[in-house]
Design a protein around this ligand. Structure first.
Ligand code: OAD
Length: 244
């Protein structure tokens, strides 16, 4: 076994915090953001993923997220999603997953102790803070006329954290980082904050592993980098024999 494949040991005393990004879904066929020459499915991020874009052209924003709903609905979890769900099964409440992804592939692989810090593709909410809770929504909205209205009169928008908005559940995430002894970061470029700082928020005794095909921008903060595709390497790194 080469050093790159040396397993990650998880003991009885350990608590594991996992952060995933677009790379964990790459082998399921969902494109990552930053390897496309600044374009995201042919759109500029600022035209589809900002509050300003919503004000300017809600139809374009919904067309973009409707397309992503379609693609995510057709994708299947890959071995990386499944390996993380199995780890959760083994560790129970000593496991916590924070994903930057808005797809539902972690849930469909069986993960339950997770937070979507950038929102969820299959959830919508009112654009106004009218008190209506976000709700499950698989519909496609492809023209202005199709965009649903809330009882308060506001338009229904994707439950997605756009650039310039505040990520969800940061307090809970901070608590889970504070008590973790192992941090696994999978498939994220380390370019978008605050998630890129989680590895720095973790204490010096926390073992910090990065798994992905290339070095992230915050590589220096990790104990070990395992360079490889998550679906190919994660199951072996986390296999049951490594747990006490
Ligand atoms: P990026 O697109 O920035 O980075 C994807 C990362 O996945 C890169 O570091 C790739 O090397 C890695 N990668 C590619 N294939 C992989 C594989 N098979 N296995 C493991 N890793 C692989 O995506 P994120 O870092 O997730 O925000 O982006 C963070 C945030 O920026 C997203 O949540 C989104 C985006 O704009 C919002 O939507 C608010």
């Amino acid at each position: 076994m080469s050093a790159a494949e040396e397993p990650i040991r998880i003991g009885e005393e350990d608590r594991v915090f996992v952060l995933t990004g677009a790379g964990v879904s790459a082998e399921s066929g969902l494109k990552t953001f930053r390897d496309q020459g600044g374009l995201w499915e042919g759109y500029r991020v600022e035209d589809v993923a900002t509050p300003e874009a919503w004000e300017e052209d809600a139809e374009r924003v919904w067309r973009f997220y409707s397309e992503r709903r379609k693609r995510a609905g057709l994708a299947e979890p890959n071995p990386a999603h499944r390996a993380l769900a199995e780890l959760e099964q083994a560790l129970g409440e000593r496991f916590f997953l924070c994903t930057q992804n808005v797809d539902d592939l972690h849930e469909r692989a069986g993960s339950r102790r997770l937070i979507h810090m950038h929102g969820e593709l299959f959830v919508s909410r009112c654009e106004n803070a009218c008190g209506r809770a976000p709700f499950a929504d698989h519909k496609l909205y492809e023209s202005e006329a199709e965009i649903a209205r809330c009882g308060c009169g506001g338009r229904i928008r994707p439950h997605i954290v756009w650039f310039g908005e505040i990520p969800l559940e940061m307090e809970r995430i901070q608590q889970e980082i504070d008590r973790a002894t192992v941090m696994l970061v999978v498939g994220t470029s380390g370019a978008v904050y605050p998630a890129a700082n989680f590895v720095r928020w973790a204490g010096p005794r926390v073992r910090k592993y990065y798994i992905g095909p290339e070095e992230p921008m915050n590589a220096a903060a990790f104990t070990r980098l395992v360079l490889g595709d998550a679906g190919a390497v994660l199951p072996g790194l986390l296999e049951a024999g490594n747990r006490e």
